[in-house]
Design a protein around this ligand. Sequence first.
Ligand SMILES: [Zn+2]
Length: 250
Amino acid sequence: MTALLITTNGIIIRERPVGENDKYVEILTKDMGIIEVSVKGARKINSKNGSATQLLTYSKICVNKSRDRYILNSSQTLNTFYNIRLDMKKLALTAYLSDLLRFTTPPEEGSENVLRLFLNTLYFLDKGNRDTEQLKIIFELRLMCKIGLMPQLIGCYNCYLPTDKTMYFDPYEGKLICKNCFDRDSLGRCDIIDETMLHTIRFICLSEFEKIFDFKISENCQKKLSPICERYIKIQLNKAFQTLDFYKSI
Ligand SMILES: [Zn+2]
């Protein structure tokens, strides 16, 4: 069986050493979802593919595909996001975001939008001119939108009231409820959302992609919004991430 040669761009989201000199890397690619690629001799000092296959490196890669296995043929580094590696908190955040990607990216599908979201998040993390927590919130919400789990944000699901000083968010149904329509029995189930938070969620979910990183979420709003995003993801994906616990412990 002849091997198929494929060229694409992608970012290394996980590495795993094998034997003395080799490793496996998981790459979020533009065209094929996440693929696991074998890199022969990657851990030798003079390896030609060593630097382009390091964690969080964005590279142009050429792989041989044979049956369902990928072997790296050649690679070229496009961006290393070097500063992220120097910061424990940022590195821990990227581990959690990578886990989210690994859990939600369907195999063998074009994932250009999700890749673009991740690369932009890394770009601002690396540059250090946006709050880490704000980048986390943007990534979480926007990723949920991209995978078809955008909450219903038009207004109260019952009476269509667009906004109010206080509204409630039901993470199980992904919907808003106004104070009048809210049933007090659902208090433990729902999160309380004020106007600023609602405006922020709408901006992140509904704006054009080019705009979503160009605004500032106040620290107060970040503090309230972050656990709500986490809870929404946990409930919707039915999955808890240890990498998130680690990020929060730092
Ligand atoms: Zn209502």
